[in-house]
Design a protein around this ligand. Structure first.
Ligand code: CA
Length: 233
């Protein structure tokens, strides 16, 4: 089977030359068009000049804080950003996702795993995101136009908050939304304990839409970070 991803342009922003070369080498087979940048400023410039389809961004750069670089890139492109991080901890991960990163991978990582993440993000970014279609997942039907969810042709009664919560998550299946991102999108404000609000409503939503709320397959918890919606067949 032929690989149809060859036309994608990838940008690798990493100051450590060995890691930058290893990353490029690992991806070059499937993605020959790879641009490299060794500083945050050069990376932001390359995003503007080369319009890459995906960006791999190292968090530890010599000139600009990686999270700031991430924000600057996100301000100018919707292309997926995968962050390479040596840091640990929930708050960093949350800060990264809030800054617009799509995924992160902690050093040291295998080049196979990186290549798999890159493929997944390219697939995700290419998938149509219909605002008015019908999404089918695990027997659940979500009609975005009519703003209703049903299972076996029986409409599920969702509160407005539960509907908003569900529609935020299904707007980008597979993406991890942070507590703060979901909270801001659903409640249209940024104050309040996002996790607490969400925990209550996610529990209620799962009770209504999941086949087994105790073992959810649709709305998945990312511990300490947020939630994502999975499109199961
Ligand atoms: Ca670095």
């Amino acid at each position: 089977m032929s690989v149809t991803t060859e036309h994608y342009r990838l940008l690798v922003i990493e100051d450590e030359v060995d890691i930058r070369r290893a990353v490029s080498a690992a991806l070059r087979d499937h993605h020959p068009a790879i641009i490299e940048a060794s500083t945050g400023a050069a990376g932001v410039g390359a995003v503007d000049s080369s319009r890459p389809d995906l960006i791999i961004l190292d968090l530890g750069l010599p000139d600009i804080d990686g999270i700031d670089v991430c924000k600057r890139i996100r301000a100018t492109t919707a292309a997926p950003i995968i962050v390479l991080t040596a840091r640990h901890g929930e708050s960093d991960t949350v800060a990264l996702l809030n800054a617009g990163a799509d995924d992160y991978i902690t050093k040291p990582f295998s080049t196979q795993e990186l290549a798999a993440r890159v493929s997944a993000q390219l697939r995700r970014s290419r998938a149509p995101r219909s605002r008015y279609g019908v999404i089918l997942a695990d027997g659940l039907s979500i009609d975005l136009h009519r703003r209703q969810a049903s299972r076996d042709d029986v409409v599920i009664r969702l509160t407005p908050i539960e509907w908003e919560l569900l529609s935020v998550l299904v707007s980008d299946p597979g993406r991890v939304f942070t507590h703060q991102q979901i909270f801001a999108a659903v409640w249209k404000r940024s104050f309040g304990d996002a996790r607490l609000y969400l925990r209550v409503h996610v529990t209620n939503l799962r009770r209504k839409i999941e086949l087994n709320p105790a073992d959810p397959r649709l709305v998945i918890t990312e511990p300490g970070v947020g939630y994502r919606f999975i499109l199961t067949p």
